[in-house]
Write a protein that binds this ligand. Structure first.
Ligand code: FNR
Length: 189
């Protein structure tokens, strides 16, 4: 069966290396995964004052998450955590109370940084946020991608074969994880 996967790119930068990584993952995903980006850059800063009346942009964002069976987070590490824009988007998705878009939604996290720590700390931080949001997470494989110059081209071609194999396997594992979660937790359960 086909599974729709929405992906959130934690960076808003034009030259984002995490966007390049996301492009690579889309190319390397098995054919059963239908990948679409869920953008969030136009969301205002969340406050619960919006809960009674979400603006159209936020309703659309929540609808986009509802329309996919799984979510992939491709994020940089900013100051040893996830970028504020991504946290804001997750806060929007989690509300209003009782309408948490991530509840029971299978997720995976991955990211790239030029640094040797390769987003490991940000991913741990994101994992605790997703845990609170009741999102099942793929525990393994983990993927901490150190972005060496030219590792992934602007069109998402991975230039190092071992990295390409690793990322393809990561997406195969994500596919199997989604299938397992959906078997136990069908969306209408
Ligand atoms: C960074 N960078 C960074 N890198 C890292 O490995 N750990 C970190 O904590 C930080 N902190 C940080 C804070 C801020 C505000 C910026 C702008 C950058 C460097 C970062 O990995 C690098 O800029 C990447 O290019 C970010 O990924 P995107 O946005 O290009 O996808």
């Amino acid at each position: 069966a086909k599974h729709k996967v929405g992906y959130l790119i934690g960076s808003l930068a034009k030259g984002s290396i995490n966007r390049k990584l996301a492009k690579a993952l889309v190319k390397l995903a098995p054919p059963e995964l239908e990948m679409t980006e869920i953008p969030f850059k136009d969301l205002p800063l969340y406050s619960y004052d919006y809960d009674a009346d979400f603006p159209p942009v936020a309703l659309e964002f929540k609808k986009a998450i509802a329309s996919v069976q799984a979510v992939l987070f491709v994020t940089p590490e900013y100051n040893r955590s996830i970028p504020g824009g991504l946290k804001n988007a997750i806060d929007w998705a989690s509300r209003p109370y009782g309408k948490n878009s991530f509840a029971r939604k299978p997720t995976a996290v991955i990211g790239t940084s030029p640094g040797a720590i390769a987003t490991a700390v940000a991913q741990q931080s994101l994992r605790s946020v997703l845990s609170f949001c009741n999102a099942p997470q793929m525990n393994s494989p983990e993927a901490y991608i150190q972005f060496t110059p030219g590792l992934i081209t602007d069109d998402g071609e991975v230039t190092v074969e071992s990295t390409e194999t690793f990322l393809r396997n990561y997406m195969d594992e994500f596919h199997m994880f989604i299938a397992r979660v959906l078997q136990v937790l069908p969306p209408d359960a």
